[in-house]
Design a protein around this ligand. Structure first.
Ligand SMILES: [Mg+2]
Length: 317
């Protein structure tokens, strides 16, 4: 826990370390009210199971300093970690943050903490502990804790299921491609890259309405559907012509756009998911993009949009 365990690790100078920690706790306010002992005590609601996941965000691996403000880095890393609770249909109980801080980032700690606090607030998640250590690159390692009585798994998709995806895809990948090429991303793309939203309430709604397999999109639709298909022992056929796209992104690019943090799920046809009801409730699209088939040679089969007119060749040949 932050106040007790950091003094030997971070050399900020006399008093400065605790000033930094105090400023972080100040940013978090009542969200971090439970911090103070050597460990956090949490109640799991009766009848629910604990869900735990961990996720690291490392400078020059997951982001570059010049792309994002410190606040954005904190918020984005926390959202990415919380998305794994959404993938499990869990309700957040708390998060812990282990920070590795190089000397030239020490002045940014408050801003990093502010971003983490914003993401935690938005997800309704308490901050229950953490640690700060000196490090050669900035790293934020989150452990997220949640609970559920009805977990969503990658395994469970069955032949005949309908496959749906939340939101519109492609923005995060398009922004990243622009940043890597030294161009300024379009604002709508950058928004998707900078401020992903873990689909926590959406995930619980989907499970309550009959979804029985799912995953969050961190590696890209095709890769993550591959994980789901292999875990379920099925093949998934998706129609690129049906992909919901952000503006100015083609379907082939959207299908491999990573760090979207949307959900892709499978539900029996009989569940009759109602995208219009979902959209009204969450102000977010839910789009049917394919079907589950018995296992074939390939876990993911792509149909539609085979020729990308903009580039003039088949991306999936
Ligand atoms: Mg995940």
């Amino acid at each position: 826990v932050i106040p007790a365990s950091t003094s030997s690790h971070l050399r900020l100078g006399e008093g400065a370390e605790f000033d930094a920690i105090r400023s972080m706790l100040g940013e978090w306010g009542s969200r971090a009210a439970g911090i103070g002992d050597d460990g956090a005590l949490l109640d799991v609601p009766a009848g629910e199971r604990l869900v735990v996941s961990t996720d690291a965000s490392i400078e020059n691996v997951h982001f570059r300093r010049e792309w994002l403000s410190a606040q954005q880095i904190g918020a984005r890393a926390a959202a990415a970690a919380l998305s794994d609770l959404a993938a499990m249909a869990a309700t957040p109980l708390g998060l812990l943050l282990a920070l590795g801080v190089p000397p030239d980032w020490q002045a940014e700690l408050t801003e990093l903490a502010r971003g983490v606090g914003v993401a935690a607030e938005r997800a309704g998640c308490a901050i229950v502990g953490g640690n700060i250590a000196r490090s050669s690159a900035l790293s934020l390692t989150f452990t997220v804790l949640g609970s559920t009585s009805q977990a969503l798994h990658r395994a469970g998709a069955k032949a005949g299921d309908i496959v749906y995806v939340t939101g519109r895809l492609g923005g995060a990948g398009a922004a990243l491609a622009s940043l890597l090429a030294g161009r300024v991303p379009r604002p709508a793309h950058m928004e998707r890259f900078v401020a992903p939203v873990p689909r926590l309430a959406e995930s619980r709604w989907l499970v309550e309405h009959g979804v029985h397999a799912g995953i969050d999109l961190s590696d890209g639709l095709l890769a993550d559907l591959g994980h789901l298909a292999r875990a379920s022992g099925v093949s998934v056929e998706i129609d690129l012509d049906r992909l919901p796209l952000v503006d100015d992104v083609d379907a082939a690019a959207a299908a491999v756009s990573g760090e979207e943090y949307e959900l892709v799920v499978a539900a029996p046809r009989a569940a009759r998911l109602r995208p219009e009801e979902f959209a009204k409730r969450f102000d977010l699209s839910l789009t049917e993009i394919g079907v589950v088939r018995d296992a074939l040679d390939s876990p993911v089969i792509v149909v539609g949009a085979r020729v990308d007119p903009a580039r003039g060749h088949d991306h999936f040949s």
